[in-house]
Design a protein around this ligand. Sequence first.
Ligand code: ASP
Length: 481
Amino acid sequence: MTNATTARTGLALHWKVLIGLALGVVVGLVMNVAWTQATWQSLGVNDAKAFLSGAASAEPGANDGATFVAHASAFVSQAGKFVGDLFLRLLRLIAVPVVLFSLVAAVAGVGDFRRLGRLGGLTVGVFAVTAVLAVMIGMVLTSVVRPGKFVDAQTRDKIVAQFADAASQRVASAEKFGNDNSIWTQVVDAFAANPFAAMSSGNMLQVVTTAILLGVGLTLVGDGRRRQAVEMFETLAEACLRVVGLVMKLAPYAVFCLTAAILANLGWSILAAVTVFVVTTIAGLALILFVQYPALMYAFTTRENRMTFGRFFKAMAPAKLLAFSSSSSAATLPVTMECTRNLGVSERVTGFVCPLGTTINMDGTAFYQVMCVTFLAQLFGVELSLAQHATIGFMAILVAIGSPGLPGASIVLMVFVLDAVKVPTQGLAIIIAVDRVLDMCRTVVNVAGDAAASVIVASKEGELATEAAMQSQTQAAADSR
Ligand code: ASP
């Protein structure tokens, strides 16, 4: 996708998306600083939130004096939201079919249980190693930096009061999961009572298990018919990815709109109050992204076909930029798969590892759980024993497996980890206050982790094409156009 776009327009898609992101950051920051409550008031708007959403204000007549400029500004803001929302909706529309078709094709395509077992074992093994490393980075960082000690009790109580409602909403959502969140229940819940309901509600874990079982079923069908079915699923998966190619034409504009909107509404004063926590979290995520993954890929690829830093980051740029601006690894999945194939990973490994990874491999999320829970424990003066640290690490990985790849998804499940080590759940208010920016960053890590795991698995399976082979393939595709 990246290179094809380059051939046609002269500017690769990731550059266009990067320009959209940079412009979004600049415009969002300028709006944040320059367009204040007073600006709205000077335009005759006293309840900007209601005015922008088109709803009636709770204070009657608050927006009756809105000027033409106020209406025009609201229109621009709504149009921007429309572009961002439409783009994400289209990607999410594709996400469930992509998981289903690619995974069935990948599992059934293997064709024999021994090879399938090896591929599955290797993939889950790589996921486990990267998750444990990410959790350990979180543990070391929080105990060395101790970010909770940098926030005084007064600031803590102020933020807790300000975001109390949002926090209790998350606690209430967590309660809906029921009290039984044992590993037994989680395993049973991974299987759908009704696969169509799982698909319609977008329950990715259940879609994944359904697809794997269907693939296994196809493996038991005679070879000829199995191959026909694999071909059909491959064609459907390819069709979905073609649709993604079309949707991605919107990406630079959508990324601009999404980023500008987030930054325009960001509360900087709260970010500043918990700077040490925010900076430590971003540093840890950077460590996973720029050190852990490249080091693992370096170690597990052959000298003749090394996955270098530049090769990885260049091919993955569109997926990472999209993950950053959407905060959704599920919505990014179709693009992640395209980029992973551009890295040289075979169709089969991409189709197996990426959908599985989007669902159960979230290193950024696991790391984040550890950071948040230990930060809040420090902030509320809860001393954690070694066993409690181990509990946090273990539960962080479970949360990362159970979280859907959606914006802010893992915050709800954090309630269980906080409860398990007796850290007050009202502390969630502080995390919610700064979550959006950190969500953007951890989603990039989640997406990069799936691609890194695909590279390692492909290399071990002998299914990683060299950089030169990928370049000549791209050139041939461009020439034939
Ligand atoms: N937003 C994250 C993702 O989509 C999930 C989370 O940690 O909230 O990967």
